[in-house]
Design a binder for this molecule. Sequence first.
Ligand SMILES: [Fe+2]
Length: 313
Amino acid sequence: MITLAHLSDLHATDPSDAPFASLLNKRFFGWLSWRLRRSRRYRREVAEALIADLKGQTADHVALTGDLTNISLPDEFEVGAKILDAIGPPADVTLVPGNHDAYVATRFDAGWKLWADYLASDPAEVPEGAAVEPLHREAFPEPLPTVRVRGQVAIVGVCTAVATLPFMASGRVGRVQLERLREVLESLRERGLCRVVLVHHPVVDAHVSPRRRCFDSKALRAVIAGAGADLVLHGHNHRSEFHRLSTVDGEIPVVGVRSGSYAGPNEKKTAQYHLYEIEPSSGERRFDVTLRVREWSPHSREFEEHDGPRALP
Ligand SMILES: [Fe+2]
C-alpha cells in the first residue's frame, strides 16, 4: 500500500512588499486583492501547521497541485522554494504549477527554475526526442506531462499554468502535452501501475466559471476517458469536489481539494488536505483507493481528522 498526500493552493507567499515597478502589469490587481482581502484569509501559519501535521502522518509521497504563490514575484518563488523544502525533499514531493505561479510571464531563471527539482520527471521516464510543449517552453526544460513512479503508483503531472490577461485565471494543457498524456497513460497502464493524474485546474467544469476554466478541459477529459487513469487530483477551486469520469477503465474518481491555508469566514473553505491509501484491488477495479481528510481547527490551531476514511469512488 502507498499513502499519497494531496495539498494545494497554499498561497503562502506574502507579496505585500512587492517593488512598485513589479506591479505595473496584471500583478497590480492581484496585489490589491491580497492587501484588501486575501491576506486575512490565506495564512502562512495555517500552511505551516499543515506541514507540521503532514510530518506526523505516514505519507509515502506528497502531491502539490500548484498556487504556492499569489502574483508570481521572484521573491515569492524564493519563499515557495523554502516551503517546498519544509514539505520534503524533491524525490518525495511532486509539484504541478497553478495559474498564480504563472500570474504574468516570468523568466524561468527567476521563477520555476527554483522549483525545478520538484517539477521534474524521474530521469528514466523522460523519453528521448519527445517534443517540449511550445506553450511551456519558457518554464519546462523537459517534456510534459511529467512522470514519477513510486512503488505501484505512477504520478502524472499535467501543467495548465500559462500567463493570462488581467481578471483571467484560466489554464491550458495544449495539443502537444495532450498527445503525450495519451501515450503516457496507455504505457503506464501496460506496466500495471496505478495512474494518478495531478493538474491544477479542475478537469470537470462543474464549479468553475469560464474565466477560471482550463480552456481545453474537454480535450483533457477525452484523453483521460480514452487512455484511462485511476485517480485525478486537482485544486484551484478551493473547495472539496468529488466527481466521476467514465473511462476505458470504468468510472474513476476526480477529486478537488481545498486550499491548505484558508482560515477566512467561509467554513466550507476551511483549510484541508487529503491522504489517499492506494492498494491493488482484489475485486474488479484495478486499485482500491481510500481517502482520509484532515482539516484546520481554529480552536486547537492544528489539523485534525475530518469524518472517517472514505472508499472512492
Ligand atoms: Fe488557481
